[in-house]
Write a protein that binds this ligand. Structure first.
Ligand SMILES: [Zn+2]
Length: 252
């Protein structure tokens, strides 16, 4: 609900300034750094993961919000009366502002490089990273677009980055350019995503600690598939470099 509220109000507005009213709301960031990170930018998109909200400032910078038990977001005209327990204010050039009101300060505000990096850093488990299998199938079945960009769409799945999307497709034996996956393929893909994210957590997202049977240790030009020895292919798919094996990830 908070995500939809933000989408309907605070997205795509130039931020004039941000003001931290109470530093106790901040997680691992100073008021100055946070205020400077927001000034002059805009929120491009919002995604939710559990009770966390992520607002995209640019490709590698996101504002993270946790509303806690008592927090709420209020978008209002700048002249309106400020909510009583305002901890953060974001002023927009359109004469409105967003207030983060939190009487008990159970909430939290911070910055992250990406939702995925944040979730891995906080050791938020793969079950939380992703909806359950049924939810995944509901969202993914009947889609006609390419599978790779769908996996990167933060509105569909939170937290799966480009590298781990390639890895999951590799393990499930699915070409990133496949359209209209079968239910069997989606089930296989779902369990590879779980597997990949669990492994990422257990290695603290350190790619050098991944098993040699994974794609990622081999993800550079000229390297070969650890399964079948085929020369790995790499190409841009909707703007993102994708690596895959032409042998066991054939397009059907
Ligand atoms: Zn292969």
């Amino acid at each position: 609900m908070a995500r939809r509220y933000l989408e309907a109000t605070a997205l795509h507005q130039t931020i004039q300034a941000a003001e931290v009213k109470d530093g106790r709301i901040l997680a691992k960031v100073s008021a100055t750094v946070l205020e400077e990170a927001l000034a002059g930018k805009e929120f491009h998109s919002a995604s939710r993961h559990g009770k966390r909200l992520f607002l995209k400032l640019h490709d590698s910078l996101w504002l993270t919000l946790h509303l806690g038990l008592t927090g709420s977001l209020i978008y209002q005209e700048s002249e309106a009366e400020e909510p009583r327990h305002t901890r953060l204010l974001v002023w927009f050039e359109n004469g409105h502002r967003l207030a983060f009101d939190d009487p008990r300060i159970f909430g939290e505000v911070g910055l992250a490089k990406s939702p995925a990096a944040f979730l891995v850093e906080r050791k938020i488990g793969p079950d939380a990273l992703l909806q359950d299998q049924e939810g995944f199938l509901t969202i993914m079945s009947g889609r006609n677009g390419l599978i790779k960009p769908a996996l990167l769409n933060q509105n569909l799945i939170a937290g799966l980055g480009n590298l781990y999307a390639d890895e999951a497709l590799f393990q499930a034996g699915i070409c990133p350019k496949t359209r209209g996956l079968t239910i069997e393929q989606l089930i296989a893909l779902y369990s590879s995503i779980q597997e990949v994210l669990k492994t990422a957590l257990s290695t603290d997202a350190d790619l050098s600690k991944l098993p040699d049977s994974y794609l990622l240790p081999h993800r550079h030009p000229g390297d070969t598939c650890p399964r079948d020895g085929a020369l790995l292919r790499h190409e841009k798919i909707v703007g993102r470099t994708s690596y895959f094996c032409p042998e066991h990830q054939k397009k059907e």
